[in-house]
Design a protein around this ligand. Structure first.
Ligand SMILES: C[S@@+](CC[C@H](N)C(=O)[O-])C[C@H]1O[C@@H](n2cnc3c(N)ncnc32)[C@H](O)[C@@H]1O
Length: 221
């Protein structure tokens, strides 16, 4: 990307942030360093990929650089101001203007399940209910072993532990960069394996046993 195009993207993004700071939630597009981490585990043969909140398309370009076919991309962007430029830049990708929280009702994939979901969504400014809908929707299309890649400016995964537990998911931090404005971390969110789910149940029953023991001590039982 030329310096002139980068400058024009910055102005486009900055104006969007001024008009809708909660939805855009960043003053500048993500940097190349963050885009590389976000897409580092995605391979050309992963099949269809969904990108949520592509904005000016920084992660989209990084996906193409990893060999993903443009025709395998579905870009879901709520902001009308980004739609025309996404369509012009990525003419063979599918660009849908919609709220990512409506993914599961949208029936956007009938055939092959998706290999990964790359999310630039500002989850920190969303309610737990909305985050739950987005994650449930993303995993409704996901093939076994697929993952959501989500970045955050915060100190922990922006999908909280109760939401992960409720949906049977786990989050692992796969990297971070200070060469971004602001510095950011990237999480891989994936389904827990049956064994992890059952050990989770054991942990719960341990807690229940502890509760029973504490109750017995209190009551002298
Ligand atoms: C922090 S910006 C990230 C843009 C781009 N991925 C990047 O990293 O430069 C958040 C993007 O998510 C979009 N967005 C916010 N809420 C959304 C929603 N509910 N559904 C789809 N897109 C949304 C915004 O319009 C914006 O493009």
């Amino acid at each position: 990307m030329t310096a002139k195009a980068a400058c024009s993207d910055f102005l486009h993004f900055f104006r969007s942030w001024i008009s809708n700071p909660l939805r855009v939630a960043a003053i500048a597009p993500s940097g190349d360093s963050l885009a590389r981490i976000m897409t580092s585990e995605i391979a050309a043969l992963d099949g269809p990929i969904i990108e949520l909140g592509p904005g000016t398309g920084v992660f989209t370009r990084a996906l193409l650089a990893r060999g993903v076919s443009e025709a395998d991309l579905t870009l879901i962007e709520y902001g009308p101001e980004f739609i025309n430029s996404l369509q012009a830049r990525f003419p063979t990708a599918r660009v849908l203007q919609m709220d990512a929280a409506h993914l599961s009702h949208a029936d956007i994939f009938e055939g092959e399940p998706v290999g990964a979901v790359v999310s630039g969504l500002p989850l920190l400014s969303m309610s737990p209910r909305k985050i739950t809908s987005i994650m449930a929707g993303a995993f409704a299309y996901m093939r076994p072993g697929g993952a959501v890649y989500q970045f955050t400016y915060g100190p922990r995964c922006p999908v909280s532990r109760p939401i992960l537990d409720r949906l049977g998911l786990k989050a692992v931090r796969i990297g971070g960069t200070v060469r971004n404005l602001p510095p950011a971390s990237v999480y891989r969110i994936s389904r827990r394996k049956p064994l992890e789910l059952s050990s989770e149940r054991y942990r719960q029953s341990d807690t229940e046993i502890d509760d029973v023991a504490a109750f017995s001590n209190e009551t002298g039982g």
